[in-house]
Design a protein around this ligand. Structure first.
Ligand code: GSH
Length: 331
């Protein structure tokens, strides 16, 4: 893969900054193009879905969806690998990425659009990027439209009055677990970034820029904040650790978050889609949850189950059993 790649994205998009950080780490020459009204026509020419990030290859092919983008480059380019050699650890890294992308996005999106200060601050930043070239009036109009549209979408990620306490508890718990874990290492799996870092980091990077979760992070999680900075342009600083040395730090996240919340939620969401239900309700770790199903997640659950079926082995199953994750993956 030679030549310059173009990456349409936004500083405000967790999946876009995730791919940008990955390109930086791999030394993939690219032009970062903030998506705006000015490049809408070109964006549409290459995008199959109205989503960022969008990568355009030197050959003129458009590639979307951050996980497949990273997997495509990981298979094709040299440079430091983001996949540990131990296949069990490689699967756990993919599971952590999936949790960041799909569950971590709930924290980020909820805080960003449910709290008025966060909503207006973000709407202002997006409006500047999209319409800044047209002057202050256009920005003010766009800001109001974005705030209204995005706060109206809170329900799509499952943020509502019923789920708010659980989403916020989950964010604070994950932050505390990761802060302890990152106190003694540079990246989630040791001295170099793994797929897990990129997925979780995109969400935390965005949360750090927003008033409400950003204040929480600065007050309670200095090691996560340092990692958030480090991951803007990550470096290979050492090796991946073994699961043995990572287990004490990461098992609480696997057990209390992924096994207790994310995977049971994913399974219930997929079941609701299969049944054609308009909404689903459940109890998650003793708390009430109710939302309309999210289509995209059923596909990504199927994908992580496929990866599990491929990686399956006794050592991995032991870890997944302790974390109470395996029954959701083997389904
Ligand atoms: N699964 C996709 C998600 C991409 C996505 O949801 N992008 C958001 C921004 S973070 C978007 O473009 N939303 C469309 C919009 O806001 O109009 C990925 O990983 O790339």
């Amino acid at each position: 893969m030679t030549g310059t790649y173009r990456l349409f994205g936004s500083e405000l998009s967790p999946y876009s900054v995730k791919v940008r950080s990955y390109f930086c780490y791999k030394g993939i020459t690219h032009e970062w193009i903030p998506r705006s009204a000015l490049n809408q026509a070109e964006f549409q020419k290459f995008a199959k879905l109205p989503l960022i990030p969008l990568v355009i290859t030197p050959q003129g092919e458009g590639v979307q969806d951050s996980t497949p983008i990273i997997e495509k480059f990981e298979a094709a380019v040299g440079g430091p690998s983001i996949v540990p050699e131990d296949p069990a650890l490689a699967f756990l890294s993919a599971l952590l990425e999936e949790y960041g992308d799909e569950w971590g996005n709930k924290w980020m999106f909820h805080y960003r659009w449910a709290y008025p200060a966060d909503c207006w601050a973000t709407a202002e930043r997006i409006a500047q990027q999209m319409m800044g070239h047209q002057g202050p009036l256009a920005v003010a109009q766009a800001r109001a439209a974005i705030a209204e549209r995005m706060s109206g979408r809170l329900g799509f990620v499952g943020s509502n009055a019923t789920t708010q306490p659980l989403i916020e508890t989950s964010f604070k718990r994950a932050l505390a677990i990761l802060d302890r874990h990152l106190a003694s290492r540079r990246y989630l799996l040791g001295g170099r970034p793994a797929l897990a870092d990129f997925g979780l980091w995109g969400q935390f990077y965005e949360a750090a820029t927003d008033p409400t979760p950003g204040a929480l992070m600065r007050a309670t999680a200095p090691h996560v904040m340092a990692w958030v900075q480090r991951m803007v342009s990550p470096k290979e600083e050492g090796s991946f650790e073994s699961w043995q040395s990572l287990e004490a730090g990461l098992m609480p996240l696997l057990h209390d978050e992924i096994g207790a919340l994310f995977l049971p939620w994913s399974a219930a969401n997929a079941e609701a889609i299969a049944k054609g239900s308009k909404s689903f309700e459940m109890t998650l770790a003793g708390a009430a949850w109710a939302q309309e199903p999210q289509k995209y997640h059923a596909r990504s659950l199927a994908e992580i189950r496929r990866k599990y079926a491929q990686a399956r082995m006794a050592e991995l199953d032991r870890v997944l059993d302790v974390a109470d994750c395996r029954r959701w993956l083997a389904a």
